[in-house]
Each structure stands twice: as C-alpha cells, then as structure tokens.
Design a binder for this molecule. Structure first.
Ligand code: SF4
Length: 346
C-alpha cells in the first residue's frame, strides 16, 4: 500500500513528526541506506538487526521502521507487543523476492538431510522455515560451530553464501538470490577509480559479486564498513555498498573523502536501493499519524521465526552487529550453481 501524500503540502513535516513521535510514544529507526533527511531525524541509525534490538530495549509503544519490509518484520518478531509501522509497505527487497516461502519449503523438503542457514534478508515466513538466521557479521562464527559433515542450505543471497563457502572452505547449497544494488557495481568502473586513487582502500559488502569482492581491502557488513572507513588512516575510501551510508561517514569524518563505487553507467544512481528510496518524510508522517501501514504477522509465524533468530544470538551474540567477515581465503569462483545443479532449476 502506498500512502497518499498530496494533501500534506505546507505542513512543517519535521515538527509534525516530532509531535507525533511524542504523542505515540514512538521510536524512529533508520537504516544506513535511507535518505539523509530520514537518517538525521531518527532516534537510531544502523543495520537492521541492531535497530530491531535497540527498539526492543526501549519502552516505546510504536516502532517506525524506515527501512524495508523484512527489517520491520524482524522488529515485530523481537517486539511482538509493539506496533511496527513501515512508511511504505512496497519497500521490499530483491533478496526477499527471490525466495518465496513455498519454493523454499519445497527446496528444504527435497534436501531433508540439510539444515537451513538463512541470511536475515528474507521474509518472516522464510525465517520461520529456517534453522539458524545469520547476519553478515555472525555467519562465519556460526558456520564454525556447525560440524563439518553437516550439510547446509544457505539462502537467499548466493554472493554472501558463495563468499562464506570460499572463506570457510565449506560446501553449501546456495539459493540463487542476489541484491540488485550490490550486483550493479561495475568492475571496470572500480578499476578506473583504483587507478585514479591508488592509495584509497576499497571497502565492500559481501552481498557484492566476486568480481568486486576480489578487489576489496575490507569486506564486511554496513557497520563494519563504516567502522573501517572511520578508523582507516587513509584519507580517501572507495565504498562498495549502498551509497547513502556515506552520509554517516561524512558526518563522523568530515575531513575524509568517501567515494561510492559506480555502476556500469559510471555514476552511482543504479546503486541506490529503489526499495529503500520509497520511504519519504511525508510517508513517515502519515505512518505515525495513522499507525499504518502496519506490520501484521501471525502468532505462529512470529513464534517459529523467533527460534532461528534466537539461535543466532545464542551462537554469535557478541559478534552480531560487529560486522567484519574478513578477507577471502580461497580463490573466487562465481559459479555457485555448480555446488549443486538442483538449485539452478528454480
Ligand atoms: S540494498 Fe539490496 S539487500 Fe538491501 S534492501 Fe535493497 S535490495 Fe535488499
């Protein structure tokens, strides 16, 4: 559902959002990939799980999640008694879209001797079908705790799964989803940038394909990329993740230069998440005013989805949100379908 915002002309949106936030006893969360004006008014800015955990720890009655649907669902699973609104319910994710619950259930049924390690970027229904949820920061430490002879399905991001498989030396059945944003980075443009700025390290998200990861000096989650960018002695950093995170970098280190790695068209436009971009101040105002669009999940799905989320926190509680999955240790091979031909038939 997309809200109608035409009638809001002339409203002091920032003041109104502040007023509604107080009236509703709401907490406003903004993912690093949100527009700067949304990041700047949020109570917390961060990655999806960190935001959900911070919101759960507050006494707020309402969570306004400026991010995408699977993130708001995670917030609801961790705070079932709070009302969770998402400014635009069409704010989905290509990874979530790639993995419909019925197909995932059928794939699991076809591989009964595998456990499902599932990246947090998926629907609540897919979480409910999973054994352990992972983030990019917790996946390695969790994989390390799983016996070597245990067969594993990893979904829905084939690039993160392929990267982990190479780094950890583990074969996994990879669900063939991708993030359309990280997929769009151009190796040619990255190499041009590196040639122009040979001293600038590259920080990349593991959702990037191998031809980008291969050139990275640092690989990690959004939080990890942010920490690296700020702590690196380099004065210029090349950033291979959604470019709105640069807003936080520039605020924290105004004297450094952060350059977003371009897509194939030579600029960053194709690397901006179109789902994240659906959220606006107007829609946030309406969401707080009407408490809609609201995340509604059945008690059964929430209960079942909470189990693999809690398993992740038990297995990797201290690393969740810290974000560094390190450098690849094995050669890059971008043919995850070769790990199991069955997956490519989807
Ligand atoms: S950046 Fe990629 S993974 Fe994140 S919400 Fe957008 S499409 Fe999904």
């Amino acid at each position: 559902m997309t809200v109608q915002t035409a009638s809001l002309k002339g409203l002091d949106l920032l003041a109104e959002i502040e007023r509604l936030k107080r009236e509703r006893n709401a907490v406003i969360l903004a993912h690093y990939y949100q527009k700067p004006e949304i990041q700047d008014l949020a109570d917390f800015v961060g990655d999806s799980l960190d935001l959900s955990r911070k919101a759960a720890a507050t006494d707020a009655n309402v969570i306004a999640f400026c991010g995408v649907r699977f993130m708001a669902e995670t917030a609801k699973i961790l705070s079932p008694d709070k009302t969770v609104v998402l400014p635009d319910m069409d704010a989905g994710c290509s990874l979530e879209d790639s993995c419909p619950p019925d197909q995932f259930a059928a794939f699991r049924a076809a591989h009964p001797d595998h456990i499902a390690l599932t990246y947090i970027n998926c629907s609540a229904a897919v979480k409910a079908l999973s054994d352990i949820i992972v983030t990019s920061s917790s996946a390695g430490i969790i994989l390390d705790q799983i016996p070597k002879d245990q067969k594993i399905i990893f979904g829905p991001d084939r690039h993160l799964g392929g990267y982990l498989a190479r780094k950890m030396g583990r074969e996994m059945l990879l669900w063939p989803g991708i993030c359309i944003v990280h997929q769009a980075f151009s190796e040619t443009e990255l190499l041009k940038l590196k040639a122009e700025h040979p001293d600038a390290p590259v920080a990349a998200h593991p959702e990037c394909p191998p031809h980008i990861i291969d050139h990275a000096d640092h690989i990690g989650s959004t939080k990890s990329i942010l920490d690296f960018a700020l702590s690196s002695p380099a004065q210029m950093i090349l950033v291979a993740t959604e470019p709105h995170i640069i807003h936080q970098m520039e605020k924290a280190a105004p004297n450094k230069i952060f350059i977003g790695v371009p897509g194939g068209d030579g600029n960053c436009n194709c690397n901006m998440c179109p789902y994240m971009a659906l959220n606006t101040l107007e829609k946030l105002y309406v969401a707080l005013r009407d408490l809609q669009p609201r995340i509604e999940l059945s008690a059964e799905v929430m209960e079942r989805a909470r189990v693999p989320l809690e398993r992740m926190l038990e297995m990797a509680g201290r690393t969740v949100g810290q974000g560094d999955v390190g450098k690849p240790v094995l050669p890059i091979i971008d043919h995850p379908e070769e790990i199991d031909p069955a997956i490519s038939g989807d």
